[in-house]
Ligand binder design. Sequence first.
Ligand code: 1PR
Length: 556
Amino acid sequence: MAKEVVHVIDLESGNLRSLQNAIEHLGYEVEFIRRLEDGSLRHVQKLILPGVGNFGHFVRELRARGFVEPLIEYIDSGRPLMGICVGLQTFFKRSEESPEVQGLGLVDLDLSRFDDSDKSVPEIGWNCVRVLGSEDDKTLYAMDPGSRFYFVHSYAGIVSSEDIDRLQNEGWTLAVATYGLETFIAAVVKNNIFATQFHPEKSGIAGLRLIESFLKQEKDTTIVNKALDDVEKTPTGLTRRVIACLDVRTNDNGDLVVTKGDQYDVREKSDGGDVRNLGKPVEMAEKYYRQGADEVTFLNITSFRNSPVKDAPMLEVLRLAARTCFVPLTVGGGIKDVVDPDGTRIPALEVASLYFRAGADKVSIGSDAVTAAENFYANGGKCTGTTPIETISKAYGIQAVVISVDPKRKYIADPAKCNYNCIETKFPGPHGEKYCYYQVTSQGGRKVHELGAYELCQACEKLGAGEVLLNCIDKDGTNSGYDFELINQIKSAVSIPVIASSGAGKPEHFEQVFKNTSVDAALGAGMFHRGEYTVKQVKDYMREHGLCVRLDEQME
Ligand code: 1PR
């Protein structure tokens, strides 16, 4: 039997591969519509408008490609339409992000930027949503009160109780979420229109259930996932994010393997010094997804220098992983301007685009972020608009650009003589030094730079990075826990989210990092790869110790 077709509007602004995979996983076929040649959506029965990136760019593209009037006609005809993220935002009047651009104005409200004085912006993470006016055991489109959905945005329809009353009087059913002290619109429903600010295709089982209920047009659904008694109310409302990270490289036989070293040395100490082989990247990613990882990160630690970019084996890893892992995927390693073996120059933006099209949600930039920060300071603290951080975040939004920082602790006897932000440390150096800063490295720790991690992160935030993946070479692979002093220093440097990395060896370390710092997420590698603990064990432990985590009901 032929599969039912779902049409998806594709303005080529981000990762639509995951949405396609989710819809196909549910037994439907996807057809993308990139522009309207004959000016009509008459042949379409079910339509999804997903969006990422900049509001103004997205709405302008929608108009330029002739979608606006056919979309209104489509809505008036009563056929089902679902908007996702910037797709939802398009239904609003306008956004502080691009005040000069008019949205469709279906929802009589403006979007504004979250206040970053009490929390990280963008909001990146798993939040719960409250359907206003729902009954005890029923909800709307499977938006269960016990489910968590993945949000990633800086602008939102922030509402007061008067706004809520007004929109409800205009016939909208609303679901709201709370980020810090701000309540904003998480979803809207009116007749055939349904739109979510969060990404259901990135929200694990709960998200798949929601997409299915939309595709089956089962608006009123029975609650499956009931709200658990809250162990903790986090200051932001988000759960504590747990990320599994896969360092990937070719081993000496040319196979792509997940590896893991200590202090960035990935070769066995005995056994002739082979690259440690801990498993196959796609299989391991899927395993961690099933165990309840909130995100999976792939780091190409050797950047496969000899293959043309479009054939990079890591692209295939992303394509395959995105078919089965319905949580955010990040890829790093080699995101920079590159020259193919045939001499063709490929800008970093194009390299990143290939990864987004393959199924990545974020790219992580390591060595090139250091170069960009050095140039930023050499240029008197001015942006040039040309660095990969800038070009990629301009095209795909800041939430799509992570910087990966590889610092090393450097002890200082006299902080007055140091050019970088120093901290007084509880762990004095070998000669009793009481101060340290964190010196930046690149090329996987091989090159040391005259720059502090604090200064690097500040420059990159100004250039347009949306998140910091904070490694620590001294701690990497030691199983001795995270470096809280480094994490607290970097949290005080930036207002974008920070992911703690390096040193996790047991579930207690995750508990401690969230209780001793205000970090936004914590990442583990070796302890998962060596099978010492599962992600589920970490999350169960965290919950038992009073921390709020996302528990997918099918976690293994
Ligand atoms: O410089 O943009 O091409 O990116 C290269 C990327 O590869 C960077 O993100 C850099 O951190 C990473 N990388 C390069 N060499 C190594 C290496 O190990 N030899 N891995 C490497 C860095 C750090 C973490 C690790 C945590 C947690 N890996 O991802 O997973 O330290 O480990 P643990 O939980 O086992 O302690 P570019």
